[in-house]
Design a protein around this ligand. Sequence first.
Ligand SMILES: [Zn+2]
Ligand SMILES: [Zn+2]
Length: 570
Amino acid sequence: MDFQICQNTQSPEKFLCLNEECYLAEKKHIQCYQCLTKQHLSKNKVVRHVDDFIELEQFTNEIKKKQTKRQTFIQMIFQQAFDFQKSKVQEIQLSKNPDLIKNATEKIEGETTKFLKYLSTLYLDQKFTFPYQNSFHVQYVKFYFENENKYQEDAKSKLSILFSQIEKYMQTLDLDIRTTMKRSYQKLEQLEKQVIQFSKSSFYNKLQLLVLLLILPYLVYLQINQLEIIKYQRQYEQTFQIQEYLIQELVSIKDKYSLLDKKIEYLILNETENIMALNKTVTEAVDGVQKLKLRFDAFKQSSTSNLEKVRINLQTNLETLQNNITYFETQETNLRSQISQISSKMNALFLKENEVKQLLESQKKEKQEQSRRVKEIMNQLEEKQVIRRIIQLKNYLYSLLHYRHLIKIHLNLPKTELKDFQLIYEELFDKPVLVYTMISIQQKVYKYEGDNPLVCLGGLSVNSLDSIDLIACDFANDIFKPTFESDKALKSSHGDIYWYQVQESSFGFAPNENIKLLYCDDYDEENEYRLSYWYNLRSTSGGRRLGKFTLLENSTEHILQIYLLKAPFQ
Ligand SMILES: [Zn+2]
Ligand SMILES: [Zn+2]
């Protein structure tokens, strides 16, 4: 069988789908297996109608087989009809009536021909031809699926109808052979009677009697002969009758024989059919296996390529691993040799170390003894210092907790605000503050090393002693820190107060870091928050600036005061 080659897959186009949904559709029916499968692929990747796929060759072979089988069957039915027709015509010919024979034969042959025409038009003429043509597709498929039993039953029942019709017709013809025989006997008896009458009437004429007497022996002889002839004729009639009956029997036996023959043929056909069915099953099985093989091949191809990829990956991984292992092995050997070197060195060192250790231990014992003594002394000292430090911390925290609001620059601060403070310095502005003055002030402030108490520095007019005109409070370390620049003050670590204490110049505070210490702070002369006081060996005069007043170096109307917070913890 020649097949078209698919343009997409280069495979032969030799498959079709026998599902009703497909064979009724107007489309190309014969496809290559891949295209057919692809067409049948549903959304969820399932191939539909797989069990209805069939190879074209198998399909056409099935149809041809079916056709042959049908032709054989119909031919058998034809043969039975012919045999029947023949036997009936023979029966009619026994009547020896030419008109009857002619009419009845025509009638029987006519009925039979009608029957034959009916069967061949219905079951032998097919609306398709071979080789396969797409335009006949539906007819092929319909024939493929047509029920065998249906036409067989139909043909058989139509045949029996034909038989019964002809039988009925035959009955109307009054062809009974026995009645014909009876009639023949009646004629014979009449003849006998005529002969007896004839013999009686011969006695009327004496002459005749004489003659008769004379010829009597001859007549007797004749009569005997006549009787013999009649007897013979009767015997002949009987023989003929038996012969006819035997012929009839023979014909019916022959009919039966040919029927048996047909049955045998049919049985043989059925047997062949069974073998064919078996063959078909085998072919189907082989076909199924082929389909499976096709599917398996496709699966195998894809899985083989996947396996190949995996194999290559594994191979590369294996190679890398092997390289790594080799590298690690060399590393390990290197490390081992290094370790053995190190351990031999270690052994040597260990020996030396033991010697040194003994020496060291004796020294160590001496040192330990010494340090133990030192520690004892240190501990005694530290104990005192730690207690002092704790007190200082407590004082500092207490000051922060209760006097935080005072740490800034105040104008007109009521003296009552300072009731917890001790006044440690109070002199008129015309008195100079020299280095030793400063030292004595600081000695009062710093009673112990590490002290940092709260201190206030301010100035006021002698005319209003209940409140201090300008004063700033802060921790001692910020206030008394020496500075060295004539244009910059240092910011306090607790608030917005800027302190300076430049030797050979002046000390004081300002609200920002800008100062101008030509002699004393002359920066921003209108600012009320600046206090500046001479701090110069050569100066014989005292303070100079209290807020806006910048020329108070010899004033006896203004007082400089320093307050110290009474330590809450001693
Ligand atoms: Zn289909
Ligand atoms: Zn294709």
